[in-house]
Design a protein around this ligand. Structure first.
Ligand code: ATP
Length: 224
């Protein structure tokens, strides 16, 4: 995942810390519901970061937890949700109903986390009007009206890289506040529109880097 920088104006936690907060929340969600406390070392062990890191990240959220006693799991989860902005529902459009777009539409996890995909768009005449996961594929000229009438704030962009910038520009004109971009391209957006890019090839490159530099472990011989 790539982003514009460590922290943007008005944000109390850095983007790296925000990623860790998401992991802490996963850990809290899986924590036994009758548990009264969770310690920073339990969160640290579950997520794979240091104890001190967890304490620093959580301290940025305010006065939560007590030294030597730990955090109240539900209170902590609520504070993290608020910090991440997922204590509310977000209305989302998806542009580009190719293979990746359709796969994302089928993914149930978005709705469970409060992300509601309310409309989908494409520019292929054969796809417009088709019904995918209960949503009619709309032409791009309906974008602005849909964003306004449906109260949409976020967009998922799953068009090819050649089309990504012009579609992103259209999303900006339509009033979108944030774009989750899956196209392997660096998008230029105005400051008031937030961008997160998921470049799966870059993620794989990170993995090959780690595997290649794994300390002292010789690769097995390939006999293929
Ligand atoms: P398919 O073969 O069904 O098109 P795909 O995953 O190979 O699937 P891509 O070429 O990656 O398709 O394109 C993803 C989707 O983005 C497609 O549905 C395509 O019609 C759509 N698309 C391409 N250009 C634009 C554009 N300018 N505006 C909106 N949608 C676009």
């Amino acid at each position: 995942m790539s982003d514009r920088g460590a922290a943007s104006e008005g944000m109390r936690v850095s983007r790296a810390a925000a990623q860790r907060l998401s992991l802490y929340l996963r850990c809290l969600t899986a924590w036994p519901s009758d548990a009264e406390k969770i310690s920073s070392s339990q969160i640290a062990a579950a997520v794979g970061v240091s104890d001190a890191q967890v304490r620093r990240d959580l301290a940025a959220l305010g006065h939560l937890g007590q030294r030597g006693i730990g955090y109240e799991p539900r209170e902590l989860a609520t504070a993290i949700r608020e910090a991440l902005g997922i204590h509310r529902t977000w209305r989302v459009v998806l542009v580009g109903v190719g293979n990746l777009g359709r796969a994302l539409l089928r993914y149930q996890g978005f709705r469970a986390q409060g992300f509601q995909i309310v409309a989908v768009f494409d520019n292929q005449p054969t796809k417009i009007g088709e019904c995918i996961e209960g949503l009619r594929v709309r032409p791009l000229h309906e974008l602005e009206a849909t964003v306004t009438t449906e109260g949409v704030e976020l967009a998922i962009l799953t068009v090819p890289k050649e089309a990504a910038q012009s579609v992103a520009d259209a999303l900006v004109r339509a009033g979108i506040r944030g774009i989750l971009n899956f196209a392997p391209v660096v998008l230029r957006l105005p400051q008031h529109v937030q961008l997160v890019t998921v470049d799966l090839a870059i993620q794989l490159e990170q993995l090959t880097f780690l595997v290649q530099h794994a300390n002292g472990v010789a690769p097995p011989a390939f006999n293929g």
